[in-house]
Ligand binder design. Structure first.
Ligand code: HEC
Length: 155
């Protein structure tokens, strides 16, 4: 799958529409371009929220966090041409299996898929001289105490 096709696939799910539009021209000096580390910090937060929401079986929130995470990764690839495209496209299968597990509300498949996805984060970090940035599936420690992850009771 080419990067363009991959981004199109993401755009079709509504994840990356804004970012794809941005790609039409290079950002000019007066446009705000987030630093790669900032995009990655957002990806880290979303990766953790994805996991916590999935663990709490709040599949609606889990699907939302996956879309947000994909948007961060697409943004990184589009804005930073030094990132090898193949490092991003190799994440596609694990993003898809995470999405499938969410649709099936299958906690076991979700855990496996997020594990594979997390390995994809680290594979890119290793290949880009950032092997010291090691992402893992979150432990029970919850730094995001300011957000409720369990599904809300239906009125
Ligand atoms: C295509 C390559 C690539 C992928 C995929 C990738 N990263 Fe990164 N990541 C980078 C690079 C390059 C840096 C170093 C950025 C810098 O030096 O400013 C980085 C840095 C980071 C940092 C450190 C940010 C900071 O300022 O402390 C975190 C956290 C991070 N990534 C999380 C993730 C997570 C979570 C995933 C997977 C969901 C992921 N990354 C996937 C390339 C990638």
């Amino acid at each position: 799958m080419t990067l363009r096709a991959w981004m199109l696939a993401l755009a079709l799910t509504g994840a990356a529409t804004a970012v794809v539009a941005q790609d039409l021209k290079s950002p000019s000096a007066d446009q705000y371009v987030p630093r790669l580390g900032d995009i990655m910090s957002a990806a880290q937060a979303r990766h953790q929220k994805l996991w916590l929401a999935g663990k709490a079986q709040n599949w609606e929130l889990t699907a939302f966090e996956l879309r947000q995470l994909k948007a961060s990764l697409v943004e990184a690839a589009l804005l930073y041409s030094g990132i090898p495209i193949s490092n991003v496209t190799t994440l596609e299968p694990s993003l898809q299996s995470t999405s499938d597990a969410i649709a099936a509300k299958d906690g076991r498949k979700f855990a496996k898929a997020v594990g594979d996805l997390t390995e994809g984060c680290n594979a890119c970090h290793r290949s880009m001289g950032r092997s010291f940035v090691v992402i893992r599936v979150p432990s029970d420690a919850q730094p995001f105490a300011n957000q409720q992850f369990a599904p809300q009771a239906k009125p």
